[in-house]
Design a binder for this molecule. Structure first.
Ligand code: ADP
Ligand code: MG
Length: 633
């Protein structure tokens, strides 16, 4: 059979250009990627061999071997893992998952060092060989294939590769890198030793380096030049990192292991390593990344922990062990309590999974609680993952209080959009006699901060939490209290001020209502069924008007628009208009004798209240027209 020439998928070609031409600093990552692939291939076969020992009968000791050849200028990485068939080699080494590449390309910064570190994150690992190699040859044989069904795949990284069936006498994969002329440092054993130690110490498979062995001449022997002897020596300690005692593992080891496990190029923000004995034995190693993945809010976002049973790798991205709102957590769980042949489907159903999920959720919440003591780190965390965490109190009712404790918001107590006030902070500052937590949701920080609804609360010196994320409105609509303190929206009809509303306020409102009876009636008549009611406001100081809704408002204007655009008809929400009779604009309107012009004033005062509340109007151009008419007098 002669080799067939294939074109790479377009994205691969683009990527290869990039690799070959611009990503030259931090070149050694190629070795991490190839060792990582070899280790994955061995994990897969190890797993299969649990139910079929015969598969590995003729070559039972898993290992990864690295062999430099100074004269030939090659570096060869060999594993006795699962191998590839011709079809597998053609597809796995010729394409990349589309979404991944796109994201990779988008994330490129032009900073060569950072860009090269991105390579691993997007699963384009194998192609990093071309950073140092001018030609890559892959010799492989699948565990399911006979000697004659071996494969030779070859490419110079310039748009095409060739592949063919050849005779391969061993199981597994051999990657032969023909090094570029200026990359021969990767045949130096000291250099390789350094890289291998860095990238594979935590891997449970032995990684061996082919190197020269010096023998001391024995006493009394001739001092003639000793013969050069080469052999493989194991470089890594080949003990799975999580099986070690936590206090013996160095931070750098945790960090390097995280990179191997997550394909992330950055260090993790924090981690928790726990070995639990007793009823339900398990070891968990959980990491919080520094940065949110590009697809965190994508429904198809893949996440979950690596599952090991009795140290054997069983599956990747096992989602069943953590709730959805903790989907940013990376890591693994190793347990004796599940059978080795557990399937994804079975996993969903077993009581052990449920127990583990409960325990691991507590671990993560505990880890975050601990992290929250370090305000710089927690701010970093919260910027990336705060909004995901807000899904928690609704999704996971059992842990509602623990999650609420972790949330942070901006507040009228600070003069910035920094979200760093917890409900506990808020409660500790509550005024005497205050027993509610006040908050406001709006379209932006500025809109929240300057909202007319806050005027009265501000005058009374009552702190209000400011919220403007889409998820906030939904969250606050679904929870009612924290530590026995009820949440009250600053735009609800009844602010439930209790003791804080002094007698004077009440009297003022009553007299204001009687004194302004005619004014109110006139506005009511002008606005008709555009409003639910018109009342005198006590909360307004600087603003002429505001709207309030007595239903628990769950829908912002933007959300309404989205739903309406998708063809849904929604009932119009009716508001009560609150008027500030002391405000000049309201007085000016009231002084207008001509009925048509008064109606225009009434519309304007109502619509500007809607605008301040929702950041948008259904019919902005009519609003602008009537405003201009009034401005012109
Ligand atoms: P990833 O490891 O993220 O899947 P890579 O580009 O590193 O991406 O590898 C692509 C695919 O090629 C792997 O998923 C695997 O199917 C296959 N592959 C790479 N190296 C090996 C190997 N040593 N043994 C078997 N299959 C391999
Ligand atoms: Mg890989």
């Amino acid at each position: 059979m002669t080799a067939t020439v294939h074109g790479f998928q377009t994205q691969v070609t683009k990527l290869l250009d990039l690799l070959a031409n611009s990503l030259y600093s931090n070149k050694e990552v190629f070795l991490r990627e190839l060792i990582s692939n070899a280790s994955d291939a061995i994990d897969k076969l190890h797993f299969m061999s649990l139910t079929n020992q015969d598969l590995i009968k003729d070559d039972p000791n898993f290992k990864i071997q690295i062999r430099p050849d100074k004269d030939a200028k090659t570096l060869t990485i060999t594993d006795n893992g699962i191998g590839m068939t011709l079809d597998e080699a053609n597809s796995h080494l010729g394409t990349i998952a589309e979404s991944g590449t796109e994201a990779f390309m988008k994330n490129l910064t032009g900073d060569a060092k950072r860009d090269s570190q991105l390579i691993g994150q997007f699963g384009v690992g194998f192609y990093s060989s071309f950073i140092v190699a001018k030609k890559v040859t892959v010799i492989t044989r699948s565990v399911n294939a006979s000697e004659d069904e071996g494969v030779k795949w070859e490419s110079e990284g310039n748009g095409t590769f060739t592949s063919e069936n050849i005779k391969v006498p061993f199981r597994g994969t051999q990657i032969i890198l023909s090094l570029k002329d200026d990359e021969t440092e990767f045949t130096d054993t000291w250099k390789l030793r350094e890289c291998i130690t860095k990238y594979s110490d935590h891997i449970s498979t032995p990684v061996e380096l082919y190197e020269e062995k010096y023998e001391q001449p024995k006493e009394g022997e001739d001092k003639k030049e000793p013969e050069k002897k080469f052999e493989y020596t194991q470089i890594n300690n080949a003990q799975a990192l999580w099986t070690r005692t936590p206090k013996d593992v160095k931070d750098e080891e945790y960090t390097e292991f995280y990179k191997h496990l997550s394909h992330d190029y950055q260090d993790p923000l924090t981690w928790a390593h726990n070995k639990v004995e007793g009823d339900l034995e398990y070891t968990s190693l959980l990491y919080v990344p520094k940065m949110a993945p590009w697809d965190l809010y994508n429904r198809q976002n893949e996440h979950g922990l690596k599952l090991y049973v009795q140290r054997v790798f069983i599956m990747d991205k096992a989602e069943a062990f953590l709730p959805n709102y903790l989907r940013f957590v990376k890591g693994l769980v190793d347990t004796n309590a599940l059978p080795l042949n557990v399937s994804r489907e079975l996993l969903q159903e077993t009581a052990v999974t449920r127990k583990l999920k409960k325990a691991l959720t507590k671990r993560v919440l505990g880890m975050l609680e601990k992290l929250s003591k370090d305000s710089a780190k927690y701010t970093e965390f919260y910027k990336q993952f705060g909004n995901v965490l807000k899904e928690g109190p609704v999704e996971d009712y059992d842990n509602k209080d623990a999650i609420l404790k972790l949330l942070r918001f901006a507040s009228t107590n600070n003069d910035s959009a920094e979200t760093n006030v917890s409900f506990e902070d808020y409660i500790s500052r509550m005024k005497e006699g205050q027993d509610k937590i006040y908050y406001i949701t709006a379209e932006s920080y500025e809109a929240a901060k300057n909202s007319p609804y806050l005027e009265q609360l501000k005058t009374k010196g009552i702190e209000v939490l400011l919220m403007w994320e889409r998820v906030d409105e939904w969250l606050m609509g679904n929870i009612s209290e924290f530590n026995g303190k009820e949440f009250v929206s600053a735009n609800s009809q009844d602010l439930k001020l209790g003791n804080l509303a002094d007698e004077e306020d009440k009297k003022k409102q009553e007299t204001a209502a009687t004194e302004n009876k005619d004014l109110i009636e006139r506005f009511k008549k002008a606005l008709g069924d555009k409003v639910k009611d018109v009342v005198v406001s006590t909360r307004l100081i600087d603003s002429p008007s505001c709207v309030i809704s007595d239903t628990n408002r769950m829908m912002t204007m933007q959300m309404r628009r989205l739903l309406e655009a998708s063809g849904q008809t929604l009932p119009d929400e009716k508001y009560t208009l609150e008027l500030n009779p002391e405000h000049k604009l309201v007085q000016k309107a009231y002084a207008e004798m001509e009925e048509n012009r008064f109606n225009q004033w009434a519309d304007l005062i109502f619509e500007q209240a809607l605008l301040a509340d929702q950041g948008a109007l259904k019919d902005p151009s009519t609003f602008v027209k009537s405003m201009n008419a009034l401005l012109l007098g």
